[in-house]
Design a protein. Structure first.
Length: 464
């Protein structure tokens, strides 16, 4: 019996190498994790943190983006080597950042290339996560699609407008792939804890403890002190509890760090929602179990009467061009709102033949309220400020023209008390205006009812 099947009656050991594939990890941390004989290595590979940009990209764009650069390869090589040498599965969720089919296939191709170079042979499961638009429309008409949080009600027009729609799979497709003896599992968009909880739940361990441990493991050593998304975390689940500990001796899990991560990215402190149900954390207990390890018990899983999956869809808004400038003149700093308003007014005159709804100018003043904008509780300007100008329009050419017009207007505009005749802005580089490509928005951010958690996530086996 290989290591991937051993010891499952007493405990399951899960190694999380990093918060997101490509974030990196110390190689000694990985080696220490493997010395502890994990039954599975699981890693998240995507997030909605970057917004809808990656989800909306077209096939012609996908291979050129940084998400598929050397950082992902640098993580995959040692992880594949370690998993194959130990005879344990490697589970990857939300492949390629957004988890659409083209993101998934880019990672699959990378894994195949690495395997060929290093002489690895294994059975790989590939699990896509895209939803057909016609199915989403049919469920919408049947009243089985509901907004998630403050999202507006979905319409068929918005469904059609989406470049693609993905659904967050739960543990079931990963379990199916494990049942088929896949050694590397690469999945599209997945609920972040799913790949970490799949093997424990498959082995019959408590689903509440499994999902809660997976929640702690999903971001690697962020749940330790000092926290880092670029380091390993080790989880061990038993029948009545689970334990988490970093493999790097310079870090430690504490009651505070683990409890804090239980609150991470959650809308409610006591409930952890996911596909098909939620984990009730009301009676959870955190105990220090040695100087660097925490024991957690009391997590309880509550299944929903109807299985729901979160959908994510991205629609193209237009194209973006940006300009970054510095402001050092105290008079210009004090009148930045006046200068930016003048830039908008002049642009409306200059581009009067373009419908106003087809373009927008945005300004962020760093050093005053650039991060929080109008929500900044203590706006204050120092002796210098950074101005970010953003133009969004229907075409890249129009966006660049707007951005150029805005920065030149602000650069030369006169104001009461100005001592110079020009030079309100200082530019750190040329060209001043940088085309940033397409812009997207989340237009699908909803829950959909499904009859079967496996129906929309077919598992395909590939011999590598």
């Amino acid at each position: 019996m290989d290591q991937g099947r051993a010891g499952t009656d007493e405990e399951i050991r899960v190694l999380s190498p990093t918060a997101i594939l490509g974030y990196g990890f110390p190689r000694e941390s990985l080696r220490e994790g493997m010395r502890r004989k994990p039954h599975v290595i699981a890693v998240d590979a995507g997030s909605t943190d970057p917004g809808p940009y990656f989800l909306g990209l077209e096939p012609r764009d996908i291979m050129g983006i940084a998400q598929f650069g050397g950082a992902i390869r640098a993580d995959l090589v040692p992880l594949l080597d370690a998993a194959i040498a130990a005879g344990i599965p490697l589970l990857i969720g939300s492949a390629g950042g957004a988890g659409g089919n083209l993101h998934l296939m880019a990672v699959v191709l990378l894994i195949k290339a690495i395997a060929s170079e290093r002489g690895h042979h294994f059975r790989m499961a590939v699990i896509p996560a895209e939803f057909e638009k016609e199915f989403v429309k049919s469920q919408l008409r049947a009243g089985k699609v509901t907004p998630l949080g403050p999202a507006p009600a979905l319409t068929e027009e918005e469904v059609a407008r989406a470049v693609r729609i993905v659904g967050q799979m739960g543990v079931e497709p990963f379990i199916r792939a494990l049942d088929l003896d896949a050694r590397v599992i690469v999945a599209g968009r997945a609920n972040d804890p799913a790949m970490f909880a799949a093997l424990p739940i498959r082995a019959g361990f408590d689903p509440g403890l499994s999902q809660h441990m997976a929640k702690i493991l999903e971001c690697g050593a962020i749940a330790a002190e000092p926290g880092s998304g670029s380091d390993c975390l080790f989880g061990t689940i038993r029948r009545d509890c689970f334990l988490v500990e970093p493999t790097n001796p310079e870090r430690a899990c504490t009651i505070r760090s683990v409890a804090a991560h239980s609150l991470y990215e959650k809308s409610e402190p006591w409930r952890l929602f996911g596909p098909g149900g939620m984990v009730d954390l009301t009676n959870v207990s955190f105990e220090q179990d040695g100087p660097r390890r925490v024991r957690v018990s009391g997590s309880r899983y509550v299944a929903d009467p109807v299985y729901r999956i979160k959908l994510e869809g991205a629609a193209r808004v237009g194209y973006r061009t940006i300009c970054i400038a510095g402001v050092r003149d105290p008079g210009a700093i004090a009148r930045l709102d006046e200068l930016t308003a003048e830039a908008v007014r002049r642009a409306e005159e200059q581009f009067a033949d373009v419908p106003r709804k087809q373009w927008e100018l945005y300004f962020r003043v760093y050093g005053r309220d650039g991060v929080m904008g109008k929500s900044e509780p203590t706006p204050a300007a120092g002796h210098e400020a950074g101005l970010l100008i953003e133009a969004v329009a229907q075409t890249q050419e129009l966006a660049s023209s707007l951005c150029m017009f805005a920065h030149t207007t602000i650069l030369h505009h006169g104001f009461a008390g100005r001592l110079s005749t020009a030079g309100n802005l200082a530019f750190p580089f040329a060209p001043q205006d940088v085309p940033a490509g397409p812009v997207f928005r989340f237009n699908v951010y909803h829950l959909i009812e499904v009859a079967d958690p496996l129906e929309h996530f077919p598992v395909t086996l590939v011999e590598v």
